[in-house]
Ligand binder design. Structure first.
Ligand SMILES: Nc1ncnc2c1ncn2[C@@H]1O[C@H](COP(=O)(O)OP(=O)(O)OP(=O)(O)O)[C@@H](O)[C@H]1O
Ligand SMILES: [Mg+2]
Length: 258
């Protein structure tokens, strides 16, 4: 679906989003390419979730241009928008699982509805992604029987099952233990490589995030205040950015020092 000559899967130019008078995203300009693993960080309420929803076409900017697969989304008709959406996955921060479906039906949902795959092939794909998130054999479980951490991992598996070219993960490891958090982060990064997809991960767990990303974007009060490699973030000219990442990764740095 990417037009020849356009290396970007997502492009935002001068994008602002408002709720009433409140500015949620402020003049955001960013482009993302296939294979990138982007870590999106910033304080609670800085606009990470709104930015992911906007890129997933679930929010419309009040100003600026959003392009997906080289096409301006404001110019797409319903079919065009549906086609673009079919290549985008978003793991919602609140999971958004269907509580009337079991794990197999949740994870295979977009494959069951719309794609021409045999039910055996779908079951195989579902088993594959469930194994990746450490939930082998949970296909028959009802959503209400899952713990919070299990729900989160089912939501992650649901995104990967459809092999989207653009995959957004909103707080994928919140509440998970450190070992599983590190595993999930590595798996998301491996997904980007295997599928040559764009992966964007919004998280507060910078310790687990930093080892897997190819790029960091820092969002503060709806503005992009950092966009660059992970290694350079500690040398950002903005003290606010440096303080934030130092505070978020201090224990790790202490351990490395000792
Ligand atoms: N429907 C809405 N109406 C008004 N304001 C909203 C709405 N949805 C979100 N906001 C505001 O947008 C801002 C950004 O919220 P967002 O959820 O994107 O933050 P976040 O960076 O994802 O935070 P967290 O790290 O806690 O997940 C917040 O101030 C929030 O109150
Ligand atoms: Mg959020």
């Amino acid at each position: 679906m990417v037009p020849a000559g356009d290396p970007h899967l997502v492009r935002l130019a001068g994008v602002s989003l408002r709720y009433g008078r409140r500015v949620i995203l402020d003049d955001v300009t960013l482009s993302f390419s296939p294979g990138e693993v982007v870590g999106l960080f910033g304080p609670g309420g800085s606009g990470k979730t709104q930015l992911l929803k906007l890129m997933a076409t679930l929010r419309h900017p009040h100003r600026g241009v959003v392009e997906l697969f080289g096409q301006r989304i404001a110019r797409l008709d319903r079919r065009g928008l549906a086609a673009a959406r079919s290549h985008i996955g978003l793991q919602f921060q609140n999971f958004a699982l269907f509580d009337f479906l079991n794990v197999r039906e949740n994870v295979g949902f977009s494959l069951d509805h719309g794609r021409k795959m045999s039910s055996e092939a779908i079951s195989q794909r579902v088993a594959e992604v469930l194994a990746k998130v450490g939930l082998d054999g949970t296909q028959g479980m009802e959503v209400e029987a899952l713990s919070g951490g299990m729900r989160r991992r089912v939501a992650i598996a649901r995104v990967m099952a459809a092999r989207p070219a653009i995959a957004f993960f909103d707080d994928p490891v919140a509440g998970l233990d450190p070992v599983n958090s590190a595993k999930i982060m590595r798996m998301l990064s491996a997904y980007a490589q295997e599928a040559h997809s764009l992966v964007v991960i919004a998280t507060h767990d910078l310790q687990r995030l930093f080892p897997v990303v190819t790029r960091l974007v820092g969002l503060f009060d709806g503005q992009v205040l950092y966009d660059g490699p992970q290694e350079a973030v500690y040398d950002s000219p903005r003290p606010y950015i440096r303080d934030f990442v130092f505070a978020a990764t201090e224990p790790q740095r202490e351990v490395q020092k000792s």
